[in-house]
Design a protein around this ligand. Sequence first.
Ligand SMILES: [Zn+2]
Length: 404
Amino acid sequence: MASKREDVEYLEYIFSKFYDIGANSYGGVTRLGYSKVEDEMHDMFKDLGENEGFDTYIDEVGNTYVANDISDKKYYLIGSHLDSVVNGGRYDGVAGVIAGLLILKWAKDDNLDISIRVGAFRCEESSNFGKCTIGSGLITGELTKGDVGGLVSKTGKYIREVFNNKGYNLSPKKIENIKQYLELHIEQGKVLEEYGIKVGIVSDIAGPRRFDVSILGEAEHSGATPMDMRQDALCAASEFILELEKLGRQESYRKSVTTVGVINNGPNVLNVIPGEVNLGVDIRGIDIDSLDVIEKGMKSLAKEICEKRNVNIFIQDSGRFDPVKMSSYMQKKLIECSDKLKISHKVMPSGAGHDAMAFSKICDTAMVFIPCYRGISHNKSEFSSLLSIYDGAKVIYEYLKGEM
Ligand SMILES: [Zn+2]
């Protein structure tokens, strides 16, 4: 068995192999789902697996696997993703994939008779096609050809064209024989770092509800239109944003959050009253009742603002997932393993979505979080230490040994 130092050096080695792929001049990486850069990431993952003497294969939608056993036996699937957002960081997704490779190596060194496959799932981020977890969604049946076939990439390519060119299949066979799914991921929040805790055992993954909100007023001359004759769409939007924040605060005791992350103001000209504003709303939580309260509240809020400000507001669904629960058996066991290894832990929900959401619909699923610097993610400053990845991998490996 290799020493801790050798293990961390191995992590450093495989991490460095991905480092320059998709790197941009701003210091971050852009590795969009189903792009050439993501292909390169998957090729590298495959090479790293083969170099260690493992079997590798690619499924019908382009997900890549490294395995110590490709027989029909049931296996543990450890996975995450290798794509990123535009100008994103190097740890989101990659941390989970390299942790998987280290775990496979440990199992080999220890001669463990346990079937493990490490999966890298395509297009987890919604940055390229406006939809997340496409690779894991399609093979688990959570997404269908109908859901994704019409999607268009940032560069104007239909996903069905991309699939045709690569010989992938938008209606793949469902993945089979998974015993359990495990994913290590950076927390993407600052809870672990703030508490000085080494790993998070995820209890639930928050379900997002997203909306495109269009507010239509009247674009008129800013000098010639008296204050009481205006239909200012941006003022209406401002009220909407602040009231939605209030709704989020009221429901924060149930761990829900509300965000308006997108705002487009039209015509966005100094001497014209804003006539049309489009907002992107993201509501998340682990409690469906709470999400319902916020959604209902948002809709009546829109009605009130329309009447008060003489504008029109249209709210359109742009995607929703229900919150999902992680396996309570696996949570309990992972806690025991952390205790045994003296690695401090905290049970916590995940505010962000992950491939684990798709797998939780077809098999028992667990997630282990590791701290990341100041909680920064989807940003070039994203950082997590290799020692943290090592700790998280240790907990998962201990769990697997306990399952034998
Ligand atoms: Zn991720």
